[in-house]
Design a protein around this ligand. Structure first.
Ligand code: EPU
Length: 330
Protein backbone atom coordinates (compact mmCIF):
# COMPACT_ATOMS: atom_id res chain seq x y z
CA UNK A 1 0.00 0.00 0.00
CA UNK A 2 1.19 3.51 -0.76
CA UNK A 3 0.28 6.32 1.61
CA UNK A 4 0.35 9.86 0.31
CA UNK A 5 -0.09 12.90 2.55
CA UNK A 6 -1.45 16.40 1.94
CA UNK A 7 -2.60 15.91 -1.61
CA UNK A 8 -3.94 18.64 -3.89
CA UNK A 9 -7.58 17.59 -4.44
CA UNK A 10 -7.47 19.04 -7.96
CA UNK A 11 -5.42 16.00 -8.97
CA UNK A 12 -8.18 13.72 -7.69
CA UNK A 13 -11.35 15.23 -9.17
CA UNK A 14 -11.93 16.30 -12.76
CA UNK A 15 -14.00 19.27 -11.49
CA UNK A 16 -10.77 20.58 -9.91
CA UNK A 17 -12.03 22.67 -7.00
CA UNK A 18 -9.25 23.72 -4.62
CA UNK A 19 -9.03 21.56 -1.47
CA UNK A 20 -6.60 19.34 0.39
CA UNK A 21 -6.88 15.58 0.91
CA UNK A 22 -4.97 14.85 4.10
CA UNK A 23 -4.27 11.24 3.29
CA UNK A 24 -4.63 9.17 0.14
CA UNK A 25 -4.19 5.38 0.35
CA UNK A 26 -3.43 3.41 -2.80
CA UNK A 27 -4.38 -0.23 -2.20
CA UNK A 28 -3.55 -3.02 -4.57
CA UNK A 29 -4.45 -6.25 -2.83
CA UNK A 30 -6.96 -7.64 -0.36
CA UNK A 31 -4.09 -7.84 2.12
CA UNK A 32 -3.73 -4.04 1.76
CA UNK A 33 -7.44 -3.63 2.47
CA UNK A 34 -7.15 -5.75 5.64
CA UNK A 35 -4.68 -3.21 7.00
CA UNK A 36 -7.14 -0.36 6.68
CA UNK A 37 -8.74 1.03 9.81
CA UNK A 38 -12.38 0.95 8.75
CA UNK A 39 -13.32 2.97 11.86
CA UNK A 40 -11.78 5.98 10.11
CA UNK A 41 -14.50 5.63 7.46
CA UNK A 42 -12.29 5.78 4.39
CA UNK A 43 -13.80 7.52 1.45
CA UNK A 44 -13.58 5.39 -1.70
CA UNK A 45 -12.54 7.14 -4.86
CA UNK A 46 -12.05 5.93 -8.44
CA UNK A 47 -10.53 8.37 -10.90
CA UNK A 48 -12.59 11.28 -9.58
CA UNK A 49 -14.53 11.89 -12.77
CA UNK A 50 -17.86 11.98 -10.91
CA UNK A 51 -16.72 13.20 -7.48
CA UNK A 52 -16.29 16.79 -6.36
CA UNK A 53 -14.42 17.81 -3.19
CA UNK A 54 -16.24 20.74 -1.60
CA UNK A 55 -13.98 20.94 1.46
CA UNK A 56 -10.63 19.65 2.69
CA UNK A 57 -10.96 15.99 3.65
CA UNK A 58 -9.43 14.65 6.87
CA UNK A 59 -10.63 11.06 6.54
CA UNK A 60 -8.46 8.78 4.40
CA UNK A 61 -9.30 8.71 0.69
CA UNK A 62 -8.82 5.18 -0.67
CA UNK A 63 -8.22 4.10 -4.22
CA UNK A 64 -8.10 0.42 -5.22
CA UNK A 65 -5.59 0.52 -8.05
CA UNK A 66 -5.14 -3.12 -9.15
CA UNK A 67 -6.14 -3.40 -12.79
CA UNK A 68 -5.67 -6.88 -14.21
CA UNK A 69 -8.07 -8.28 -16.81
CA UNK A 70 -8.71 -12.05 -16.99
CA UNK A 71 -10.61 -13.64 -19.88
CA UNK A 72 -12.59 -16.87 -19.83
CA UNK A 73 -14.29 -18.29 -22.91
CA UNK A 74 -17.74 -19.56 -22.01
CA UNK A 75 -20.50 -21.22 -24.01
CA UNK A 76 -22.53 -18.02 -24.07
CA UNK A 77 -19.75 -15.47 -24.50
CA UNK A 78 -16.53 -14.16 -23.06
CA UNK A 79 -16.37 -13.52 -19.34
CA UNK A 80 -14.01 -10.73 -18.34
CA UNK A 81 -12.93 -10.42 -14.73
CA UNK A 82 -11.60 -6.87 -14.39
CA UNK A 83 -10.01 -5.41 -11.29
CA UNK A 84 -11.44 -2.10 -10.12
CA UNK A 85 -8.48 0.15 -10.93
CA UNK A 86 -8.62 -0.45 -14.68
CA UNK A 87 -9.55 2.64 -16.68
CA UNK A 88 -13.04 2.16 -18.14
CA UNK A 89 -12.37 3.59 -21.59
CA UNK A 90 -9.15 1.56 -21.96
CA UNK A 91 -11.17 -1.55 -21.21
CA UNK A 92 -13.84 -0.62 -23.76
CA UNK A 93 -11.19 0.06 -26.42
CA UNK A 94 -9.51 -3.28 -25.69
CA UNK A 95 -12.78 -5.20 -26.08
CA UNK A 96 -13.68 -3.38 -29.30
CA UNK A 97 -10.21 -4.19 -30.73
CA UNK A 98 -10.90 -7.84 -30.01
CA UNK A 99 -14.19 -7.50 -31.93
CA UNK A 100 -16.32 -8.20 -28.87
CA UNK A 101 -19.78 -6.70 -28.52
CA UNK A 102 -21.26 -5.23 -25.37
CA UNK A 103 -19.37 -2.15 -24.22
CA UNK A 104 -19.04 -0.14 -27.46
CA UNK A 105 -21.84 2.34 -26.63
CA UNK A 106 -20.08 3.10 -23.34
CA UNK A 107 -16.85 4.30 -24.96
CA UNK A 108 -15.12 7.41 -23.62
CA UNK A 109 -16.98 7.48 -20.31
CA UNK A 110 -14.33 8.78 -17.92
CA UNK A 111 -13.46 6.88 -14.76
CA UNK A 112 -12.48 3.47 -13.46
CA UNK A 113 -14.07 0.03 -13.79
CA UNK A 114 -14.67 -0.08 -10.03
CA UNK A 115 -16.74 3.10 -10.15
CA UNK A 116 -18.87 1.92 -13.08
CA UNK A 117 -21.34 -0.19 -11.05
CA UNK A 118 -21.81 2.43 -8.34
CA UNK A 119 -23.97 4.60 -10.53
CA UNK A 120 -24.60 1.98 -13.22
CA UNK A 121 -22.94 4.11 -15.89
CA UNK A 122 -24.94 4.48 -19.06
CA UNK A 123 -24.96 6.19 -22.43
CA UNK A 124 -26.57 5.87 -25.86
CA UNK A 125 -29.17 3.33 -24.84
CA UNK A 126 -26.85 0.97 -22.92
CA UNK A 127 -26.05 0.66 -19.21
CA UNK A 128 -23.40 -1.27 -17.30
CA UNK A 129 -26.10 -3.63 -15.99
CA UNK A 130 -26.60 -4.97 -19.55
CA UNK A 131 -23.20 -6.74 -19.47
CA UNK A 132 -22.41 -6.92 -15.76
CA UNK A 133 -22.54 -10.48 -14.39
CA UNK A 134 -21.20 -9.80 -10.91
CA UNK A 135 -19.42 -7.29 -8.69
CA UNK A 136 -16.84 -8.36 -6.09
CA UNK A 137 -17.14 -6.26 -2.92
CA UNK A 138 -14.69 -6.34 0.00
CA UNK A 139 -16.62 -5.77 3.25
CA UNK A 140 -15.00 -3.91 6.13
CA UNK A 141 -17.10 -5.95 8.60
CA UNK A 142 -16.34 -9.48 7.45
CA UNK A 143 -12.96 -8.60 5.85
CA UNK A 144 -14.07 -10.88 3.01
CA UNK A 145 -14.97 -10.43 -0.62
CA UNK A 146 -18.61 -11.06 -1.42
CA UNK A 147 -19.63 -11.71 -5.03
CA UNK A 148 -22.92 -9.93 -5.77
CA UNK A 149 -24.86 -11.14 -8.79
CA UNK A 150 -26.27 -8.61 -11.24
CA UNK A 151 -29.68 -8.86 -9.54
CA UNK A 152 -28.18 -8.39 -6.09
CA UNK A 153 -26.57 -5.13 -7.26
CA UNK A 154 -30.08 -3.58 -7.53
CA UNK A 155 -29.13 -1.59 -10.59
CA UNK A 156 -31.40 1.28 -11.59
CA UNK A 157 -31.02 4.51 -13.52
CA UNK A 158 -27.72 5.91 -12.20
CA UNK A 159 -28.33 3.81 -9.10
CA UNK A 160 -27.22 0.61 -7.31
CA UNK A 161 -26.88 -1.00 -3.89
CA UNK A 162 -23.39 0.52 -3.69
CA UNK A 163 -24.92 4.01 -3.36
CA UNK A 164 -27.43 2.73 -0.83
CA UNK A 165 -27.18 -0.22 1.63
CA UNK A 166 -23.49 -0.84 0.87
CA UNK A 167 -22.41 2.82 0.95
CA UNK A 168 -19.45 3.12 3.31
CA UNK A 169 -19.42 -0.64 3.96
CA UNK A 170 -16.46 -1.62 1.82
CA UNK A 171 -14.75 -1.42 -1.57
CA UNK A 172 -15.52 -2.77 -5.03
CA UNK A 173 -12.45 -4.80 -6.02
CA UNK A 174 -13.52 -6.33 -9.35
CA UNK A 175 -16.31 -6.51 -11.87
CA UNK A 176 -17.37 -9.46 -14.06
CA UNK A 177 -18.61 -8.60 -17.55
CA UNK A 178 -20.04 -10.87 -20.24
CA UNK A 179 -19.33 -9.89 -23.84
CA UNK A 180 -20.10 -11.60 -27.13
CA UNK A 181 -18.12 -12.39 -30.28
CA UNK A 182 -21.32 -11.96 -32.32
CA UNK A 183 -23.72 -9.19 -31.70
CA UNK A 184 -26.04 -6.62 -33.11
CA UNK A 185 -25.52 -2.88 -32.79
CA UNK A 186 -27.74 -0.92 -30.42
CA UNK A 187 -28.63 2.12 -32.44
CA UNK A 188 -31.79 3.47 -30.80
CA UNK A 189 -30.09 6.70 -29.68
CA UNK A 190 -30.71 9.37 -32.25
CA UNK A 191 -27.05 10.26 -32.72
CA UNK A 192 -26.30 6.68 -33.78
CA UNK A 193 -29.30 5.98 -36.00
CA UNK A 194 -27.42 6.84 -39.20
CA UNK A 195 -25.42 3.60 -38.83
CA UNK A 196 -26.45 0.47 -40.71
CA UNK A 197 -27.79 -2.52 -38.77
CA UNK A 198 -24.92 -4.46 -40.37
CA UNK A 199 -22.21 -2.18 -39.01
CA UNK A 200 -19.27 -3.52 -37.01
CA UNK A 201 -18.62 -3.07 -33.30
CA UNK A 202 -15.83 -0.70 -34.25
CA UNK A 203 -18.21 1.44 -36.34
CA UNK A 204 -20.45 1.91 -33.29
CA UNK A 205 -17.44 2.69 -31.10
CA UNK A 206 -16.17 5.32 -33.57
CA UNK A 207 -19.62 6.91 -33.85
CA UNK A 208 -19.91 7.12 -30.04
CA UNK A 209 -16.49 8.79 -29.84
CA UNK A 210 -17.63 11.30 -32.42
CA UNK A 211 -20.96 12.14 -30.72
CA UNK A 212 -19.33 12.48 -27.31
CA UNK A 213 -16.49 14.64 -28.62
CA UNK A 214 -18.98 16.89 -30.42
CA UNK A 215 -21.18 17.48 -27.31
CA UNK A 216 -19.18 16.95 -24.16
CA UNK A 217 -16.18 18.94 -22.95
CA UNK A 218 -12.93 17.01 -22.49
CA UNK A 219 -12.29 17.09 -18.72
CA UNK A 220 -8.53 17.42 -19.38
CA UNK A 221 -9.19 20.71 -21.16
CA UNK A 222 -12.22 22.12 -19.32
CA UNK A 223 -12.83 20.86 -15.79
CA UNK A 224 -16.18 19.02 -15.45
CA UNK A 225 -17.76 15.84 -14.11
CA UNK A 226 -20.13 15.08 -17.01
CA UNK A 227 -23.86 15.37 -16.36
CA UNK A 228 -24.32 17.26 -13.12
CA UNK A 229 -28.00 16.36 -12.56
CA UNK A 230 -30.01 13.21 -13.24
CA UNK A 231 -32.70 13.24 -15.88
CA UNK A 232 -35.95 13.49 -13.86
CA UNK A 233 -38.41 10.61 -13.80
CA UNK A 234 -42.07 11.72 -13.89
CA UNK A 235 -45.34 9.87 -13.52
CA UNK A 236 -47.57 9.80 -16.60
CA UNK A 237 -49.92 12.27 -14.86
CA UNK A 238 -47.13 14.72 -14.00
CA UNK A 239 -45.80 14.46 -17.52
CA UNK A 240 -49.09 15.06 -19.32
CA UNK A 241 -49.90 18.07 -17.14
CA UNK A 242 -46.54 19.64 -17.91
CA UNK A 243 -46.75 18.74 -21.59
CA UNK A 244 -49.91 20.86 -21.86
CA UNK A 245 -47.96 23.87 -20.63
CA UNK A 246 -44.73 23.02 -22.46
CA UNK A 247 -45.52 21.10 -25.67
CA UNK A 248 -41.81 20.64 -26.50
CA UNK A 249 -41.04 18.82 -23.23
CA UNK A 250 -38.93 15.76 -24.19
CA UNK A 251 -40.29 12.32 -23.24
CA UNK A 252 -38.40 9.05 -22.82
CA UNK A 253 -40.91 6.40 -21.65
CA UNK A 254 -39.32 3.93 -19.21
CA UNK A 255 -39.93 0.21 -18.69
CA UNK A 256 -41.65 0.74 -15.32
CA UNK A 257 -44.25 3.12 -16.79
CA UNK A 258 -42.57 6.36 -15.74
CA UNK A 259 -41.49 9.01 -18.21
CA UNK A 260 -37.97 10.38 -18.14
CA UNK A 261 -37.55 13.93 -19.33
CA UNK A 262 -34.37 15.79 -20.25
CA UNK A 263 -32.69 17.83 -17.53
CA UNK A 264 -30.65 19.51 -20.30
CA UNK A 265 -33.87 20.79 -21.88
CA UNK A 266 -35.22 22.13 -18.58
CA UNK A 267 -31.92 23.90 -17.86
CA UNK A 268 -31.73 25.36 -21.36
CA UNK A 269 -35.34 26.63 -21.15
CA UNK A 270 -34.55 28.15 -17.77
CA UNK A 271 -31.94 30.25 -19.58
CA UNK A 272 -28.68 28.75 -18.33
CA UNK A 273 -27.19 27.25 -21.48
CA UNK A 274 -23.73 28.76 -22.03
CA UNK A 275 -24.20 31.05 -19.02
CA UNK A 276 -21.74 31.41 -16.17
CA UNK A 277 -21.26 33.12 -12.87
CA UNK A 278 -17.60 33.75 -12.19
CA UNK A 279 -15.72 30.63 -13.14
CA UNK A 280 -18.63 28.18 -12.84
CA UNK A 281 -21.12 27.74 -15.64
CA UNK A 282 -23.23 25.53 -17.91
CA UNK A 283 -21.39 24.20 -20.96
CA UNK A 284 -22.41 25.95 -24.16
CA UNK A 285 -23.21 22.75 -26.08
CA UNK A 286 -24.74 20.70 -23.25
CA UNK A 287 -26.03 22.73 -20.29
CA UNK A 288 -26.45 19.63 -18.11
CA UNK A 289 -22.67 19.62 -17.84
CA UNK A 290 -21.48 22.14 -15.27
CA UNK A 291 -17.95 23.36 -15.91
CA UNK A 292 -15.18 25.02 -13.94
CA UNK A 293 -13.36 27.54 -16.12
CA UNK A 294 -10.34 27.47 -13.84
CA UNK A 295 -10.77 29.25 -10.55
CA UNK A 296 -14.25 28.14 -9.46
CA UNK A 297 -14.76 27.50 -5.75
CA UNK A 298 -17.12 25.24 -3.82
CA UNK A 299 -19.18 28.29 -2.78
CA UNK A 300 -19.51 29.39 -6.43
CA UNK A 301 -20.56 25.90 -7.45
CA UNK A 302 -23.14 25.54 -4.69
CA UNK A 303 -24.59 28.93 -5.51
CA UNK A 304 -24.84 28.11 -9.22
CA UNK A 305 -26.34 24.68 -8.54
CA UNK A 306 -28.91 26.15 -6.12
CA UNK A 307 -29.86 28.82 -8.65
CA UNK A 308 -30.45 26.21 -11.37
CA UNK A 309 -32.47 23.99 -9.03
CA UNK A 310 -34.62 26.90 -7.80
CA UNK A 311 -35.24 28.29 -11.30
CA UNK A 312 -36.20 24.91 -12.76
CA UNK A 313 -38.40 24.20 -9.74
CA UNK A 314 -40.19 27.53 -10.12
CA UNK A 315 -40.64 27.22 -13.85
CA UNK A 316 -41.54 23.52 -14.17
CA UNK A 317 -42.25 22.27 -10.65
CA UNK A 318 -39.49 19.68 -11.08
CA UNK A 319 -36.77 19.24 -8.48
CA UNK A 320 -33.44 18.42 -10.15
CA UNK A 321 -31.24 16.02 -8.22
CA UNK A 322 -27.45 16.05 -8.51
CA UNK A 323 -25.95 13.07 -10.29
CA UNK A 324 -22.36 13.82 -9.27
CA UNK A 325 -21.04 12.84 -5.85
CA UNK A 326 -20.34 15.91 -3.74
CA UNK A 327 -17.94 15.22 -0.88
CA UNK A 328 -17.24 17.24 2.23
CA UNK A 329 -15.65 16.74 5.62
CA UNK A 330 -17.97 14.82 7.94
N1 EPU B 1 -31.12 18.97 -24.78
C1 EPU B 1 -31.46 20.31 -24.83
N2 EPU B 1 -30.44 21.21 -24.99
C2 EPU B 1 -29.15 20.84 -25.12
C3 EPU B 1 -28.80 19.47 -25.04
C4 EPU B 1 -29.81 18.56 -24.87
O1 EPU B 1 -32.60 20.69 -24.74
O2 EPU B 1 -28.30 21.72 -25.25
C5 EPU B 1 -32.21 18.00 -24.62
C6 EPU B 1 -32.68 17.47 -25.96
O3 EPU B 1 -34.07 17.27 -25.89
C7 EPU B 1 -31.96 16.13 -26.05
C8 EPU B 1 -32.00 15.70 -24.61
O4 EPU B 1 -31.80 16.90 -23.86
O5 EPU B 1 -32.62 15.24 -26.90
C9 EPU B 1 -30.99 14.64 -24.21
O6 EPU B 1 -29.70 15.15 -24.41
P1 EPU B 1 -28.45 14.16 -24.61
O7 EPU B 1 -28.77 13.16 -25.64
O8 EPU B 1 -27.23 14.99 -24.82
O9 EPU B 1 -28.32 13.36 -23.27
P2 EPU B 1 -28.67 13.70 -21.74
O10 EPU B 1 -29.97 13.07 -21.42
O11 EPU B 1 -28.50 15.13 -21.46
C10 EPU B 1 -27.68 11.46 -20.81
C11 EPU B 1 -26.68 11.05 -19.78
C12 EPU B 1 -25.26 11.23 -20.32
C13 EPU B 1 -25.12 10.38 -21.56
C14 EPU B 1 -26.16 10.83 -22.60
C15 EPU B 1 -26.17 9.99 -23.84
C16 EPU B 1 -27.72 11.43 -17.62
C17 EPU B 1 -27.77 12.28 -16.41
N3 EPU B 1 -26.86 11.81 -18.57
O12 EPU B 1 -27.51 12.86 -21.00
O13 EPU B 1 -24.36 10.76 -19.33
O14 EPU B 1 -23.81 10.50 -22.12
O15 EPU B 1 -27.48 10.73 -22.00
O16 EPU B 1 -26.75 8.75 -23.59
O17 EPU B 1 -28.47 10.45 -17.71
C18 EPU B 1 -23.03 11.45 -17.47
O18 EPU B 1 -23.71 10.70 -16.78
O19 EPU B 1 -22.08 12.13 -16.97
C19 EPU B 1 -23.32 11.58 -18.90
C20 EPU B 1 -22.66 12.45 -19.68
Amino acid sequence: MRKLQQQDARLYSSFRLPAVLHQVLLCETEADLRQIDAAKAPLILGEGSNSIFLTDIQQPVLRYVAKSVTETQEADGILLHVEAGKNWHELVSYTVNRGWWGLENLALIPGSVGAAPVQNIGAYGVELTDSCVYVDFFHWDSQQVQRLSNLECLFGYRDSIFKRALEGRGVIVAVGLRLHADGAPKLNYKGLDHLSVNCSVSDVYQAVLQVRRSKLPDPQVLANCGSFFKNPLLTVEQFSELKQLHPQLPAYPQAGGQIKTAAAWLIEQAGFKGQRSGDIGCYELQPLVLVNYGHGTAADLEQWMDLIIATVQQRFGICLEPEVRMLHER
